[in-house]
Write a protein that binds this ligand. Sequence first.
Ligand code: TYD
Ligand code: MG
Length: 456
Amino acid sequence: MARDGAVYACQSCGAVQTKWAGQCPACNAWNSLVEELQSRPPGALAPARGTSRAKGLAFEGLKDETPAPPRITTGVEEFDRVCGGGVVPGSAILLGGDPGVGKSTLLMQVAAEAARRGARCAYISGEEAVEQVRSRAQRMGLADAPVKLAAETALRTIVDGLKREPFDLVIIDSIQTLWSDAHEAGPGSVTQVRAAAGELVRLAKSRGVAIVLVGHVTKEGTIAGPRVIEHMVDAVLAFEGERGYPFRILRGAKNRFGATDEIGVFEMGDAGLREVRNPSALFLNTSGQRAAGAAVFAGIEGSRPVLVEFQALVAPSAYGTPRRAVVGWDSGRLAMVLAVLEARCGLSLGDRDVYLNVAGGLRITEPAADLAAAAALASSALDEALPQDCVVFGEISLSGEVRSVSRMDSRLKEAAKLGFRRALGPADMDGGNGMGAIGAGRLADAIARIGEARWD
Ligand code: TYD
Ligand code: MG
């Protein structure tokens, strides 16, 4: 009698029997019946058999030693830092950004610098011809770097090519131009983008080659955004920049091999992207007197302090509904700060237009910027400039308190290095280093100081 769930399939003709026999009743082949398990209801697990029992689930302790993954340092330090200290072999990275922000430029520099350091690099473009890529590289002074170029969009050809030749780092520009003949959908469709990414990620893992995929982010949604493959890759980096500003910020959005709050700062010039090693003073307007409505925020981006100017304009509203416009900061956060200014400090801005701008095209996400925004708004509304040598930071609660923030010492040290002498911030901040700490327990205290120009 056959065991429950077990059947016997002939390896010669495929006929299935419920009982074992020495000869297949269907094709008369001898010794061809082998026990197989029938498909069972969903959720039922097959009993362990033969070799699968020997390879059971192996548990390990949390504190067991794991060697740190090896890294390819590309030589573009800002890029390496955002990746967590270089690119991990066998990993897949997605670099997203608006068209024209400089993704191709950045990755050509990364490939060229890595190749100069001995890594075997390939740059596969589905958007530009080899001549275009080459002439851009020449303009950027990278013509001597031993990077292998190809212009190709057929996934099969790319995968076959990468299997034939060993590489350490491969750039695919872009994932939306690839097409796989296994799917009928057009290039750039969700199906194609997923299929191409899946195949390339598998290739990266099996060959130990690091692959960087470029993904265009489009607001129109005409091509599938890189979001659909974010879960497949090991790291997602975003390349950002405001139109009209030369600065470009590389930000980690996901990273299995490093922190995600690091940023890399670049400046776009005639010969490609220049790395900005010390960005703290980059977003600061150092020329001239600080006007009413400006406050310098001492922020932290990733591991580095960055000083940036918040500019506010509060003006009488010409229309029934006052305008609220914000660039470089969260509009929800602005609404909250305005509400707290009104409810806890008696500063009524409800019927006035409010504009808030973060200078230099940087996007600030830290809650520590609340007080800087509030100070800039109050300074504009009260028409009283903050002292030239004063930085501001602190988180504001709905009850109107100024809360303590992380790494206050680093913020103060950086501000002192750049010539600032005063800091308006949470009450528990310590001065020192020639910095005068102006603690404000409540937002109302800080606003009163601004209104009365009380700074000693
Ligand atoms: P690109 O890298 O092609 O953008 P993406 O790949 O993200 O679409 O960069 C395009 C822009 O960068 C283009 O507007 C020109 C500018 N650029 C420079 O200003 N200097 C340079 O050296 C290069 C190569 C590009
Ligand atoms: Mg490009």
